[in-house]
Ligand binder design. Structure first.
Ligand SMILES: CCCCCCCCCCCCC/C=C/C(=O)SCCNC(=O)CCNC(=O)[C@H](O)C(C)(C)COP(=O)(O)OP(=O)(O)OC[C@H]1O[C@@H](n2cnc3c(N)ncnc32)[C@H](O)[C@@H]1OP(=O)(O)O
Length: 365
């Protein structure tokens, strides 16, 4: 333990993790070269928006991946990159994770379309510049040269997409359904990485849960130091894996046990319970309920209390509380990937996932 504390003090908590996970494909090894300490930490990427307030040292990470902020491989990779970048930024001490309820995505596109498609394009986007030209093209037979009237549109379009009222719908089920074992393994490694980075973060972390948060969304929430949830009867949170016919792995279970205790975790996991906000508060799955429009401001107020504690003392304490759980996964990472891949690719599990997907779609109809 003395070693742990010495290392924690020297490298910081996530520094210790990085030392241990140096071979990770999604870890520091591949991410670090992309970011220098000089880089600003206000970034907008397609699925995640990060704003760091330099005066408070608090970053707000907003998930903005419609329709439900599901955790795909791309999303997880982006999430980890953002976390790593903030972790390396000495001015960032606190992180709030939340979801944008609506977002406007600014998209610049260059497209080449045939004349017949021109009208359609115009109705979708206000083109900044439209250049008509004639394009010579080899036909599919390769013998005839045909000339098509084309319209080259350079468009700046505003696409408004609405996220349903979710914090995160958890792991992207499409990443686990009908995929090759290799792809499943890559995906699972990214899920592990997300949890390792979040649960072991040196930053004080708060989940501002402004929507439903099942399964992987719940894992992300309980990976934080504190949870504030919107008091909205439509929202639920929990590790509902068994309801899908799948099993939450040991480190999901350990994180839940560390949060709500053994008995509540046992009931919760075996029954795959999704809790309403008041019930989640009752078992300690979330720490505070507030009206929906106050989730973020409460998270900001709460963060200032966390940041009033000296960083090194908070970080070493966090390490003492979480290191054992983290080490358990670090020393079983490859076996955990192998387990996941062989479990998820079983015919019976694939059938369960298909039925669950169909159920999700039919609920809409
Ligand atoms: C020997 C054994 C050893 C054990 C070994 C263990 C190995 C490990 C085993 C595997 C462990 C895996 C762990 C899995 C964790 C997960 O996170 S699984 C995902 C669980 N998520 C859910 O159950 C949530 C499902 N979604 C919902 O309940 C609702 O969508 C919502 C979030 C409450 C939002 O509802 P609403 O606003 O009404 O939106 P919808 O209309 O339902 O959805 C919109 C579209 O989004 C699609 N969608 C929803 N969730 C997901 C998702 N998680 N992934 C992918 N896609 C999703 C939904 O189908 C809709 O799609 P369209 O119909 O095409 O619009």
């Amino acid at each position: 333990m003395a070693n742990v504390l010495r290392n924690s003090a020297k490298f910081g908590f996530s520094g210790v993790l990085s030392q241990l996970s140096i071979h990770s494909r999604h870890g520091r090894e591949c991410v670090s070269p992309c970011f220098s300490l000089q880089q600003r930490n206000n970034s907008t990427s397609p699925k995640i928006k990060v704003d760091l307030d330099n005066s408070t040292g608090v970053a707000v990470l907003r998930m903005q991946s419609p329709p439900v902020n599901s955790l795909s491989l791309d999303f997880l990779t982006e999430f980890c990159i953002n976390l790593e970048k903030l972790e390396m930024d000495k001015s960032c001490r606190g992180l709030i994770i939340t979801s944008v309820s609506t977002h406007t995505h600014t998209h610049t596109d260059t497209d080449t379309v045939t004349q017949s498609h021109k009208t359609m394009i115009h109705t979708i986007t206000p083109p900044v510049c439209v250049v008509s030209q004639t394009l010579s093209k080899v036909s599919s037979t390769g013998l005839d040269i045909i000339t098509l009237p084309v319209c080259v549109c350079v468009c700046v379009c505003l696409v408004s997409q609405t996220l349903s009222k979710v914090f995160s719908a958890g792991l992207d089920i499409m990443e686990m359904y009908g995929k090759s074992p290799e792809r499943c393994g890559e995906f699972w490694k990214a899920v592990q990485e997300m949890w390792l980075k979040l649960y072991g973060s040196n930053m004080a972390t708060i989940a501002a849960i402004n929507g439903s948060s099942p399964a992987g969304g719940c894992l992300m929430s309980i990976g934080c130091d504190y949870r504030i949830m919107a008091d909205n009867p439509r929202y639920s949170i929990g590790l509902n894996e068994t309801q899908l016919g799948i099993v939450a792995p040991f480190w999901f279970k350990d994180t839940l046990v560390n949060t709500v205790g053994n008995r509540a975790a046992e009931l919760s996991l075996e029954l795959g319970l999704l809790y309403s906000a008041p019930d989640a508060l009752k078992i300690g799955l979330v720490d505070q309920l507030v009206p929906e429009d106050q989730v973020l401001s409460t998270a900001q107020d709460t963060m200032s209390k966390w940041l009033a504690v000296p960083d090194h003392a908070r970080q070493i304490t966090k390490s003492m509380m979480r290191k054992q759980t983290i080490d358990k996964l670090l020393s079983n990472r490859e076996a955990d990937i192998t387990n996941f891949v062989s479990f998820i690719t079983k015919d019976s599990i694939q059938r369960s996932l298909r039925m669950y997907l169909e159920m999700l779609k039919s609920r809409k109809a």
